[in-house]
Design a protein around this ligand. Structure first.
Ligand code: TYM
Length: 333
């Protein structure tokens, strides 16, 4: 559990609509943490450039991520909700950290290998040093707790390595940041097709977005893969059925889960009913967020004020850290 005056930092790329994975892996915890800690939550627009170099839709995407964060419960008065490119010191710290990051380890990063496979014609240096930029975002605020989903674990481990190297070479400036989920394992929200996880830009028919209409949510859930059902009592669940149960745990009440669990164990489960229950509860969960986000997103003036207010808080913290960094590095002549 967090003790004392912990600083919390996290970010989301504006590369598409936010989905249930973003909510349960990250935003849900932002909302809890903002009540008691100094929080910096950021729209990672610079990171988005590593995979989405066309900036025509960036403005809309940044506004939508902000609106969706607020609709999920982020209070811009409590947390600093800001845009990465509004904090110029990020680029400076990223540069210094790049001298402490080695090619071999960057090339081995899982997300780099995945993205390089997906965009073989654009394996740019920004993609390679993506975890270095992420480390800069975090340690710019000397944050210790980073609420993220399971897919970010390796990036956090790399951030700790850069911190250790910096502190060793130039003096103890940074605490080591840790991925945070209130002492629980980090969350991975699976996709509806049982293959991989929900994602902003891949696997769209198997991902539930916070902007999906009620009809679309129902359609996606009802299409989730099932089979003829268990044939002997106590049979283990295949992955795609296990996924449906996992998704139920996010939004359904325990009685409903127990009912279907028992039916599965007794081999009389009706998958149509199971999916109908999940679809109804997903609609109940997502529709208020969608409606709230839509109305916030249309209020561009309010969103600009939010970004400005967030940038003021984030810049103040960044300036303080960077004066310590420059002094520690001897760049203060
Ligand atoms: P991004 O934009 O891919 O995802 C934002 C957050 O959502 C979590 N997440 C998930 N959690 C559980 N199940 C899923 N299916 C799922 N999909 C996404 C992610 O773990 C993340 O917490 N590199 C980061 C952005 C970033 C950042 C940072 C994060 C930039 N700078 C500094 C923390 C600190 C990313 O690509 O997140």
């Amino acid at each position: 559990m967090i003790k004392g005056k912990a600083i919390v930092m996290s970010g989301i790329r504006p590369t598409g609509f936010l989905h249930l994975g973003n909510y349960f892996g990250a935003i849900q915890n932002y909302v809890k943490l903002q009540e008691s800690y100094t929080c910096y939550f950021m729209v990672a627009d610079l990171h988005a450039l590593t995979t989405h170099p066309d900036t025509k839709t960036l403005n809309d995407n940044v506004h939508r991520v902000l609106a969706e964060n607020i609709a999920c419960g982020i209070d811009p008065e409590k947390a600093a909700l800001y845009c990465q490119s509004h904090v110029r010191e990020t680029a400076e710290l990223y540069l210094y950290l790049n001298m402490l990051a080695y090619l071999g380890e960057l090339e081995k990063t899982t997300t780099f290998k995945e993205k390089a496979r997906l965009q073989p014609d654009n394996i740019n240096a920004g993609l390679l040093t993506y975890p270095v930029l992420q480390a800069a975002d975090i340690i710019l605020h000397r944050a210790t707790w980073v609420p993220v989903g399971k897919d970010q674990e390796q990036h956090l481990e790399m951030a700790r390595n850069y911190v250790k190297r910096f502190n060793h070479r130039y003096g103890e400036i940074f605490p080591e940041p840790m991925a945070y989920n209130f002492g629980e394992d980090l969350v991975k929200v699976p996709s509806l097709d049982g293959e991989g996880k929900m994602s902003k830009s891949e696997n769209q028919l198997a991902t539930l977005y916070l902007a999906d209409t009620d009809e679309l949510i129902t359609k996606k859930v009802m299409k989730a893969k099932t089979d003829g059902g268990p044939t002997s009592p106590g049979m283990p669940k295949p992955d795609y059925i296990e996924n449906i149960f996992q998704l139920m745990k996010l939004v359904c009440d325990q009685n409903a889960i127990d009912h279907f669990e028992e039916a599965y164990q007794n081999c009389n489960i009706r998958y149509g009913d199971l999916k109908k229950q999940l679809a109804d509860d997903m609609v109940k969960f997502i529709s208020p967020i969608r409606e709230k986000a839509e109305s916030i997103q249309n209020d561009k003036k309010y969103l600009s004020q939010v970004m400005e207010m967030g940038a003021i808080k984030a810049n103040a913290s960044a300036a303080e850290t960077m004066s310590l960094v420059r002094a520690a590095m001897g760049l203060n002549y």
